[in-house]
Design a protein around this ligand. Structure first.
Ligand SMILES: [Zn+2]
Length: 350
C-alpha cells in the first residue's frame, strides 16, 4: 500500500548528493532502476496522481499537507495532534497510484528560501522555471528532470505552493483547459485563477520564463495540472494545511483513486497576472487601513500610499486599475519601483 525510497536528485560541487524522499501509495510500486527508484504502475492499476511540495523551500505548508495526507492514507496519524476530524482514508486502499515528493527542492528548503544562490545555479535560481528539466543541464534542470520521470508519467499533477500571509488562498490552472479546470474545482479553493499561456499571455509571462513552470510544462504534455497557492510561507498554519488536505482528497476523488465525488465547487474565477498595482517609485508602502485580501474593489479605489521615508513626501497614491477582488497585499513595507503593491484579480465568472 505504501512505499518510500531515497531519491538522489543531483550532485553538489563538493560531491554531496542532493537527496529527497519519494512516496508511493496504492497500486504502483517503486522498483530499483539504474538511477535510483522508478515507478512501476500496472497498466490496469488505475490512474496515477503525482503531487509535490516545496519547490520553493520556504513554502512549507504543502509539505505538511503531504504528511497529513500520508497519515490519513496509512492510518498512521493516531498520536498526531493535527490530524483533521475526518480520520483515516486508507481502509479501502486506492484505486490507482499516488506518488508524492514532500520536498521537491531540498536546496531551497534548507535555506528557507524561494530561490538558490548563483553559486548553485547561475541560470535557473528558481526551480519552477526549468521544467521538464534536462538531465545534462544546470543543477535545477537536473533535479527537475529526475522528478519529471515521476510527474511526466502521471495522469494528473498537483504542485503545492504557498503565498504570503497577505495572499488569498487560490488555485492556478491553464485558462480554457477543461481538464485543468476540473482538477482545480476538485481541489476546491474558493478562488481559481485562470492563467493564459503562450501567445495569449502578456509579455511578462514569457519574459519571466513562466513556460518553465511545472504546471505549464505538464499541461502542455496533456497532463492536467494545478498549482494551489495555500496561505502562509515559513510557518505551518493549520487552516492552510486543512485546505491542502481537503484539496488533495478532492483530487483523489476526482481522479477515481478514492470513492465518492469531490465537494461541488462554487467560487470565483479570475484572471492571473493582470491587475497588479505596482510601485511607481521606491519607498515605504502603507496599505489603506482595513484593506484585506478577499475585498472587492472598484477601479480608482485607493489601495495605499508610497512615501519617501526621509522627507515624508507622498510619492504615489496607489489605486485599483480595475474592478476585482484583492488577492495579495504587500505587507513588507519597503518597496522598490515596479514591485507589486496589491494584486487585484479581475473576475471572469461568478
Ligand atoms: Zn511557490
Amino acid at each position: 500500500m505504501h512505499d518510500a525510497r531515497d531519491l538522489v536528485l543531483a550532485r553538489l560541487p563538493s560531491g554531496v548528493p542532493v537527496r529527497t524522499t519519494v512516496h508511493v501509495y496504492g497500486e504502483g510500486r517503486l522498483v530499483d532502476g539504474p538511477d535510483g527508484p522508478e515507478l512501476d504502475a500496472p497498466a490496469d492499476g488505475g490512474p496515477v496522481v503525482y503531487a509535490q511540495a516545496a519547490q520553493h523551500g520556504r513554502e512549507v505548508n504543502g509539505t505538511a499537507v503531504l504528511r497529513r495526507l500520508h497519515e490519513r492514507l496509512t492510518g498512521s496519524g493516531g498520536d498526531a495532534t493535527d490530524v483533521g476530524p475526518e480520520g483515516d482514508l486508507g481502509d479501502g486502499g486506492l484505486a490507482g497510484t499516488l506518488v508524492t515528493v514532500p520536498v521537491a527542492d531540498p536546496l531551497t528548503f534548507d535555506r528557507v528560501s524561494y530561490t538558490t544562490p548563483e553559486s548553485l545555479d547561475a541560470i535557473h535560481s528558481n526551480m519552477n522555471r526549468c521544467w521538464p528539466g534536462d538531465a545534462d543541464g544546470t543543477l535545477h534542470e537536473r533535479m527537475a528532470a529526475r522528478l519529471w520521470r515521476f510527474a511526466g508519467a502521471a495522469d494528473a499533477v498537483v504542485d503545492l505552493h504557498t503565498g504570503s500571509p497577505a495572499m488569498l488562498t487560490h488555485t492556478v490552472y491553464m485558462r480554457d483547459d477543461a481538464a485543468c479546470r476540473g482538477l482545480a474545482e476538485a481541489f476546491g479553493t474558493d478562488l481559481l485563477l485562470a492563467e493564459a499561456a503562450g501567445e495569449e499571455a502578456d509579455a511578462e509571462w514569457a519574459e519571466r520564463g513562466f513556460a518553465g513552470k511545472l504546471r505549464v510544462a505538464a499541461t502542455r504534455e496533456g497532463i492536467p495540472t494545478v498549482t494551489p497557492e495555500l496561505a502562509h510561507s515559513r510557518e505551518v498554519v493549520p487552516e492552510a494545511v486543512d485546505a491542502g488536505v481537503d484539496g488533495m482528497v478532492g483530487v483523489l476523488r476526482h481522479e477515481g483513486l478514492l470513492p465518492g465525488e469531490p465537494a461541488p465547487w462554487s467560487g470565483t474565477v479570475a484572471r492571473n497576472h493582470l491587475g497588479r498595482v505596482e510601485a511607481a517609485d521606491s519607498g515605504l508602502f502603507t496599505p489603506e487601513r482595513g484593506l484585506s485580501v478577499g475585498d472587492e474593489v472598484a477601479a480608482g479605489d485607493r489601495l495605499g500610499v508610497v512615501h519617501d521615508p526621509t522627507t515624508f513626501e507622498p510619492l504615489q497614491t496607489a489605486a485599483a486599475d480595475r474592478d476585482g477582488i484583492v488577492y495579495s497585499i504587500a505587507r513588507e513595507a519597503t518597496v522598490t519601483a515596479g514591485a507589486t503593491l496589491v494584486g487585484v484579480a479581475e473576475r471572469l465568472e461568478e
